[in-house]
Design a protein around this ligand. Structure first.
Ligand code: LLP
Length: 415
């Protein structure tokens, strides 16, 4: 029987993990550990699936803006660029990287927060890049930047509104609504009653608004679908209002948020039904838009990456068993250390499904108790020298890694 996490990248033969066609332990031997391994095949199959669920249901154009914050590795950007994606960038650094690997300026949507004159100066240099406005107050800085350095330049914009509904796997990743689940005020987007005035102001400042955007948050699961549908209805209602006020919209951008399966009993978000819902609702609404945009990050790359680590020794202490590995979470897969809700499945590459299991805590090499890749997980007892694979490490792992304790960040390869 297939393991729930097997895909176009990860396969098991005779109890051993294979990465595409290569044995994981051999890859570890050849390149050393810790090591990020990404799979071109899996990225492309994720991309194809996402395109398919929308194009099956609509004749409108679909633009997939890859949220490169998930993983800005140049090799990954190239694969996606060569296969038709656009870019969701959130900083001048990301825009520069996207341009560097060959994305045309026109394929980049810049969604900043707390933007500065310096940020805007860099962005406006790239004529054709669409600037997604996160705050009414941003318009003043944009006008100042344009008037000072880029007189008469045509600047395309969209408005990021906050529909009052936010959804994320952790309160820290809820990006719409008034306050997140933990009571944190949500900083993103323009509130409902200011959306039309912001369109008016943008025009009177000389900008050209062409889109409406929302991003509810990250890490949706099946039970979030009802709420997501409400938010789809809300953006469509708002877009109708915008059109009625006389502004024409080229695109509606639904943001990202959906993703791969991280753990066994996670019921994944129904992407096919979501696409079907968006397409049907847009059609029924009579909106004049030409394009549907989505901004997936983890959906495209999450399950296309793993981290290989080596067990240095097994430590038994006060009844706890630790597999002590040669990487630190903060330096490689920081999500479990940052988010209490994050869960990355871990397997032993040379003994994937043994009957003899024990409760193991996979601990890293940093001076912090929270430096744990997996807490008390049931897995075959590893031994010194075994290679473990931390799954679903393609998104928000390398991109959030630091040099804490002056440890290196692992190398990355794409197979
Ligand atoms: N669009 C916008 C405007 C975003 O802010 C984000 C993510 C995305 C798209 C892509 O979201 P995705 O489809 O990947 O869920 N560090 C966290 C995730 C933070 C995401 C922030 N924004 C984590 O490790 O889960």
């Amino acid at each position: 029987m297939m393991n729930w996490w097997e895909n176009d990248f990860l396969k098991v033969k005779n109890q051993k993990l294979y990465l595409d066609e290569k044995e994981a332990t051999e890859v570890a031997e050849e390149y050393g550990t810790p090591l990020f391994v990404y799979s071109k095949r899996q990225i492309l199959s994720n991309l194809k699936r996402l395109l398919q669920v929308f194009t099956d249901k609509t004749s409108l154009e679909l633009k997939i803006y890859y949220a490169m914050k998930a993983n800005p590795s140049p090799g990954i950007l190239k694969i996606l660029g060569e296969n038709g994606t656009y870019i969701d960038a959130v900083s001048p650094g990301e825009v520069d990287m996207a341009l560097h690997v060959g994305f045309p300026r026109k394929k980049i949507l810049y969604t900043g927060t707390s933007v500065s004159l310096e940020d805007l100066h860099q962005i406006f240099k790239q004529e054709g890049t669409i600037v997604n406005i996160d705050a009414e107050e941003q318009l003043e800085l944009m006008k100042e930047t344009r008037d000072r350095w880029f007189k008469n330049k045509k600047i395309l914009v969209s408005i990021r509104w906050n529909p009052g509904i936010g959804i994320g796997f952790s309160p820290k990743t809820v990006t719409a609504g008034i306050k997140s689940g933990s009571g944190m005020p949500v900083k993103f987007g323009v509130e409902e009653k200011r959306v039309i005035p912001v369109f008016q102001e943008a025009i009177s400042c000389g900008f050209v608004p062409i889109g409406l955007h929302q991003h509810l948050g990250s890490g949706w699961i099946r039970k979030d679908f009802e709420k997501v549908k409400c938010a789809v209805d809300k953006i469509i209602q708002m877009a109708l209002k915008v059109e009625k006020e006389g502004f024409s919209l080229e695109f509606l951008d639904f943001g990202g948020g959906f993703g791969p399966k991280y753990y066994l009993d996670q019921e994944i978000f129904p992407i096919k039904e979501y696409a079907e819902y968006i397409c049907r609702k847009i059609e029924e609404s009579g909106l004049q838009i030409k394009t549907i945009a989505v901004e997936p990050g983890r959906y495209l790359v999450g399950d296309a990456g793993i981290l290989l680590v080596k067990v240095e020794y097994l430590k038994k202490n006060y009844g706890n068993i630790f597999a002590c590995v040669n990487a630190g979470t903060f330096n490689s897969v920081p999500r479990p250390a940052i988010y209490a809700e994050a869960n990355h499945h871990i397997i032993n590459c040379s003994e994937v499904n043994s009957e003899k299991k024990a409760k193991i805590t996979v601990a890293g090499n940093l001076c912090e108790t929270g430096d744990v890749f997996g807490k008390e997980i049931e897995m075959p007892l590893p031994k010194r020298g075994d290679i473990l694979a931390v799954l679903c490490a393609g998104a928000y792992c390398r991109s959030m890694a630091s040099n804490f304790n002056l440890r290196d960040i692992p190398e990355e390869i794409i197979i």
